[in-house]
Ligand binder design. Structure first.
Ligand SMILES: Cc1cc2nc3c(=O)[nH]c(=O)nc-3n(C[C@H](O)[C@H](O)[C@H](O)COP(=O)(O)O)c2cc1C
Length: 139
């Protein structure tokens, strides 16, 4: 059985809700999915999983959350090339530029980003379906 890690940071619950939907989508395809707060994840855990969905909302000025998520991402990024990776997160007032920048950064580091999903605030029906599809694709 495929094992999917859904690793996220969320301040007000929107990205956390997306993480739950990604895991739901993976489980619906028969995978085992673990939802993990980013503070509890590191590169040491990578080999325990077959695929990864990383979730972080737009913070700072179109940036990743800097206290917990970005240090974890800095740690795992060099070891992600060759693994199955997708990115997701919530935003509010801009247009999703942080996700474009995150994807570009990951790809510049050699990471193949299979898919990305963004949701304005709490995931609506369309974003919820996209989260589940992202999880299903990683399963
Ligand atoms: C400190 C801070 C910085 C933010 N920066 C951005 C931003 O640069 N662009 C944007 O579209 N939204 C920004 N937002 C809005 C959040 O991304 C949005 O509220 C999101 O839904 C939060 O997700 P969460 O509930 O998972 O924490 C920011 C919010 C906070 C609190």
């Amino acid at each position: 059985m495929s094992k999917v890690a859904v690793v996220y940071w969320s301040g007000t619950g929107n990205t956390e809700a997306m993480a739950g939907l990604v895991a739901e989508g993976a489980r619906a395809e028969g995978a085992e999915a673990e939802v993990i707060a980013c503070a509890d994840f590191s590169s040491a855990s990578l080999d325990n999983f077959d695929a990864f969905a990383f979730g972080c909302p737009a913070m700072g000025s179109e940036e990743l959350e800097s206290e917990e998520f970005e240090p974890m991402w800095d740690d795992v990024e060099p070891e992600l090339p060759g693994r199955r990776v997708a990115l997701f997160g919530s935003y509010d007032w801009a247009d999703g530029e942080w996700m474009d920048l995150w994807r570009e950064r990951a790809e510049a580091a050699g990471v193949t980003v299979a898919d990305t999903v963004i949701a304005k605030d709490y995931p609506d029906e369309e974003a919820s379906a996209a989260c589940k599809a992202l999880g299903a694709a990683l399963a």
